[in-house]
Design a protein around this ligand. Structure first.
Ligand code: HEC
Ligand code: HEC
Ligand code: HEC
Ligand code: HEC
Length: 106
């Protein structure tokens, strides 16, 4: 019985360690500068709307942020298009903001 308990305590401890190490790298909000008006993206709140991290991070989490590829590699869609397509398309499907000023705050 005690062995089981120690086992459970170890597991819980490992889980807490893992989540805090993970949470440190995952942004709560991402402020995006734009001439159209800045966009404040609530990263944490959006985790509820998506099924999985890779719904948005479509190249996997190790691939980096969107702007590491979009807008850098000319063969890849421009950053603006990548965001408008991914963000707006989901908002159309699940009733998030679709008007310009729903995202761009002047
Ligand atoms: C609704 C879309 C969406 C979901 C779901 C999502 N992310 Fe993100 N995440 C973003 C966007 C957008 C950025 C900002 C990237 C940028 O500015 O280049 C970002 C940034 C990040 C960053 C910072 C990376 C960097 O270099 O900018 C990390 C780490 C991250 N997300 C991890 C996660 C993890 C882990 C999950 C799942 C638990 C997750 N994300 C789910 C959209 C999302
Ligand atoms: C490692 C590089 C890489 C990262 C990181 C990345 N993408 Fe992409 N993305 C691509 C490539 C390659 C394609 C396919 C070529 C294309 O359509 O531009 C693509 C395609 C897309 C498309 C479809 C484009 C179209 O023309 O319909 C969207 C939308 C998109 N990415 C959004 C995002 C968002 C948002 C993020 C961050 C959460 C992100 N991508 C992160 C490389 C990347
Ligand atoms: C997986 C679907 C999905 C994706 C992808 C997504 N959103 Fe959303 N978003 C939502 C939903 C659902 C809401 C409404 C949440 C609510 O009202 O509580 C929302 C609300 C918002 C809001 C207004 C409320 C708030 O949380 O600030 C902003 C701004 C926003 N999204 C920006 C973005 C941006 C920018 C992106 C792309 C980087 C994005 N969203 C990608 C589903 C999504
Ligand atoms: C769902 C959220 C969302 C909606 C709705 C939206 N945008 Fe955006 N837009 C973004 C994001 C995110 C970026 C990328 C910001 C960055 O480059 O960091 C962006 C970038 C842009 C840029 C490029 C700005 C620059 O300085 O490079 C323009 C122009 C733009 N949007 C115009 C519009 C217009 C016009 C509308 C309405 C028809 C609109 N957007 C609706 C989220 C949105």
């Amino acid at each position: 019985m005690t062995q089981v308990r120690i086992c459970i305590m170890l597991l819980v401890g490992m889980l807490i360690l893992a989540t805090t190490a993970f949470a440190a790298e995952v942004p709560i909000t991402v402020q995006m500068e734009s001439g159209e008006g800045n966009v404040l993206f609530h990263h944490e709140e959006h985790l509820v709307a998506a099924n999985d991290c890779t719904d948005c991070h479509h190249m996997g989490l190790d691939a980096g942020g969107c702007r590491d590829c979009h807008g850098v590699d000319r063969s890849v869609a421009l950053l603006k298009h990548a965001f408008h397509r991914q963000c707006r398309n989901c908002h159309i499907k699940v009733s998030g903001p679709t008007e310009c000023n729903g995202c761009h705050i002047k």
